[in-house]
Design a protein around this ligand. Sequence first.
Ligand code: R5P
Length: 285
Amino acid sequence: MKVLGGSASPLLASRLAKDLDVKLGTVDTKRFPDGECYVRIHDDLEREDVILVQSTRSDQEVIELLLLQDAIQEFRVRSLITVVPYFGYARQDKIFNKGEAISARALIQAIQRNTDTLLMVDVHNLSILTHFDIPVENISGMLQIAQYLKDAGAEMVLSPDEGSVSRARIVGQIIGTSVDYLEKTRIDGETVKITTKMLDVYRKRVAIVDDIIATGGTIVEASRQLKDQGAKEVIAACTHGLFAQGALQKLEKVVDTIISSDTIENETSAVSVAPELAKAIKNYQ
Ligand code: R5P
């Protein structure tokens, strides 16, 4: 077995190879002057079981993933498991307004064509799994996040909206704290409105748990409520730290600690999803 990592997930790929105790392959990726992507694999993958790891946060990362799958299949590998730790476009999982694309489905159709199995982590909405015609598994990053929050002494877990409350419940159960959620209305891509709700947070260290932090708008609003109600500390924790449009700078003003997993590798990636991915991959061997 060999693990290969695309340019979006080098650290996670190396951690996964270590956890699986297999070799990490060497991949070159670069851009031509016109912006097109080029990939080359330096290992011989003939008859190998291959694990490819690449998050698809940007369109370029999607293209790179497709090219890597193509390059891998040229070797006539025995099997390919594609791990897309952060599966981009998963939030456009249905038609909200007439004339739109179901972007998640379009991506799934392209990515599943050249792989035997697909693994992803904390996908935004499980309903997109119905678009797959190949075996697919959604791995939870919440176990590692819960462990971090337990060690950090979190005393209450809050989901910023009802949609994420099941993830928050998993965390609360592991830490052994109470769990609550807020009512969120999304106004547009950057603005959210959170209804005021009395919470049992006075003088508590509270963890807000979400799948994604993108612009940070959701966490900023939730954290303001917590601080207004006397929370002594707010930790914002998510699986996928996208941090778009200066989100980190915004968040640092209202949140005491920000952590994410290594599905998107960045300075807040305090926990790794590699152990959970390795466990899942061992089941396919
Ligand atoms: C939405 O339902 C997700 O679970 C996140 O709450 C959302 O993507 C966060 O976005 P932002 O950071 O831009 O508020």
